[in-house]
Design a protein around this ligand. Structure first.
Ligand code: NAD
Length: 525
């Protein structure tokens, strides 16, 4: 008997199937595709209807059709890029004052809040995440829009007033231009809001491609942008797959920058595609994020945070705390405590407000998670909890048990690769140096954490850990003000915070002479 906390199907009434169209130059247009030109190969195949190709998204938890979305073509992507290019070049957005841009962003924030419930429901049905979490992500995203609005009003460059009495230089910040934004399925609206309002605050125009699995909240945002009075063409949305839509957005010569969140493998391809025109690239990629637990820590708080870190978003989270490195003296007791807490975490129907952990995004992904656990056991690891698909009465079989794997060695795939599921691996250490070696001997460097009551231990760890974010005595706390991003193969560039805005800006130095003091270079003959 596993003795887990499982929430069976609620009998909630599901909404009608939503239809999603591209947003190009201010209009929700039918696809420019000719019938039968779709290259879709996804598990839910495209269907040609009325001369347009559509994909259907089935709810991972309920198995019913949630939305039907156009499948974009190269022509759609090119039309969207042309609209964004024109909107940027004629200055309808880039030349507005920061105050005027901020006013639109603030209106969007209000509209997001007013539409939270209907957006959250679609986010939950398309992604499988719990409804309370979706509500938190959507209303929390409104705060990202508000923070970006504050940055739009405080944008400034730099000045050099000590170059001599006849010289003055200023460093101007200008919007970089047309930005392609490509987002994943795990936090569809939140990740979009880590990018789009900051690009808009900078004065850029954008083409957005959401994941084919979770397009609806992005399209609803398109409606809200129009309601807020954003000029046509400033934000365009093209639905569809990585090929050809994402690839066109990443390589097109009229695009100045591409910002991408997703897997490291696709990120590498995007950097290569962008290199042909040397456009700027920002990448938020995967992670294999360690938490190191010392015996002097508040072990109860640490165990709770570890439990949260591994199961949040059913582990499908770039910041998932998927490996812990525990001091040998406490490893057994600490693991037992995390196992006990794991049994109390409510897995089940995402539509029940009591649910804390929902469904796996797709059947294929569930199989991938299971394969990691099976391979680890074959290599000598022990499953201390879970380790197989979870049956939730009345719902699609797309859930996975809370899983804890011990007797793991650092060379195992489960200890090094991103499992992207509710699977915790436990490693042990004796000295700080040994722990740091385990932390840094990794391809990824997104985030890391340390638990200790000793400030010297925490600060030594924080300085030495190769990660974009280090948490001490907490996990996954984030703020719009505090920038986020990865080192090593976790990515390039930063999002949110003032640095997140700077990513969307180009720098121009303006050097001025005061008076006619310039000595001629050409000597008179
Ligand atoms: P993915 O890389 O498969 O897809 C991400 C997006 O890229 C989707 O919109 C997809 O359609 C598009 N895409 C696919 N192939 C493309 C191509 N050739 N050219 C252009 N676009 C293409 O990732 P996913 O499965 O949607 O998301 C999971 C991954 O995202 C995980 O690896 C996770 O760690 C990572 N992630 C990272 C962060 C972060 O901030 N670091 C946040 C969330 C997710």
């Amino acid at each position: 008997m596993l003795d887990l906390t499982v929430i069976p199907a609620t009998n909630a009434t599901l909404p009608e199937v939503r239809q999603n169209l591209h947003l190009i130059d201010g209009e929700f247009t039918p696809s420019r595709a000719r019938p039968g030109t779709s290259t879709a190969t996804h598990e839910v195949p495209g269907q040609a209807r009325d001369g347009v190709s559509w994909s259907e998204r089935l709810s991972p938890s309920h198995g019913t059709v949630v939305s039907r979305s156009e499948i974009g073509t190269i022509q759609d992507a090119e039309a969207a890029i042309a609209a964004a290019r024109k909107a940027f070049d004629d200055g309808r957005w880039s030349q507005l004052s920061g105050k005027a841009r901020a006013a639109v962003l603030l209106k969007v924030a209000d509209l997001i809040e007013a539409n939270t419930d209907r957006m959250a429901l679609l986010e939950t049905l398309e992604s499988g995440k719990p409804i309370t979490q979706s509500r938190g992500e959507i209303s929390g995203a409104a705060d990202l829009w508000r923070y970006a609005a504050s940055l739009a009003r405080t944008l400034h460059g730099d000045s050099h007033n000590s170059l001599g009495s006849d010289m003055l230089a200023v460093v101007l910040k200008e919007p970089i231009g047309v930005v392609s934004i490509i987002t994943p399925w795990n936090f569809p609206f939140w990740i979009l809001s880590q990018k789009l309002p900051f690009a808009l605050a900078a004065g850029c125009t954008c083409v957005v491609k959401p994941s084919e699995l979770t397009p609806s909240t992005t399209v609803i945002l398109g409606e809200l942008l129009q309601e807020a009075g954003l000029p046509n063409g400033v934000v365009n949305i093209v639905l569809g797959y990585g090929q050809p839509v994402g690839a066109t957005l990443a390589s097109h010569p009229k695009v100045d920058m591409v910002t991408f969140t997703g897997s490291t493998a696709v990120g590498r391809g995007i950097a290569a595609a962008a290199s042909t025109t040397l456009k700027k690239v920002a990448l938020e990629l995967g992670g294999k994020n360690p938490q190191v637990i010392f015996p002097d820590a508040d072990l109860e708080a640490a165990a709770d945070a570890v439990t949260f870190g591994v199961y949040f978003n059913v582990g499908q989270c770039c910041n998932s705390g998927s490996r812990i490195i525990v001091h040998e003296d406490i490893a057994e007791a600490f693991t037992a405590r995390v196992v006990a807490l794991s049994r109390q975490v409510a897995f089940g129907d995402p539509l029940d407000p009591a649910t804390q952990v929902g469904a796996i995004v797709s059947r294929e992904h569930g199989a991938k998670i299971d394969a990691y656990v099976t391979a680890a056991v074959k290599a000598g690891a022990t499953v201390a909890l879970g380790g197989k698909p979870l049956d939730v009465p009345g719902l699609t079989p797309q859930f996975y048990e809370p899983t804890i794997v011990t007797n793991v060695t650092p060379d195992m795939a489960i200890a090094r690769e991103e499992v992207f599921g509710p699977v915790l691996t436990v490693l042990t250490f004796r000295t700080l140096e040994e722990a740091l070696h385990l932390v840094n001997d990794a391809d990824y460097g997104l985030s890391a954490g340390v638990w200790s009551e000793n400030i010297h231990t925490c600060l030594t760890f924080a300085r030495a850990a190769q990660a974009g974010t280090v948490w001490t005595n907490t996990w996954m706390d984030g703020f719009p003000e505090v920038t986020f991003g990865g080192v090593k193969q976790s990515g390039l560039g930063r999002e949110i915070g003032r640095q997140g805005l700077d990513e969307f800006m180009e720098i121009k130095s303006l050097v001025m002479r005061i008076g006619r003091t310039r000595a001629p270079w050409v000597r008179p003959r």
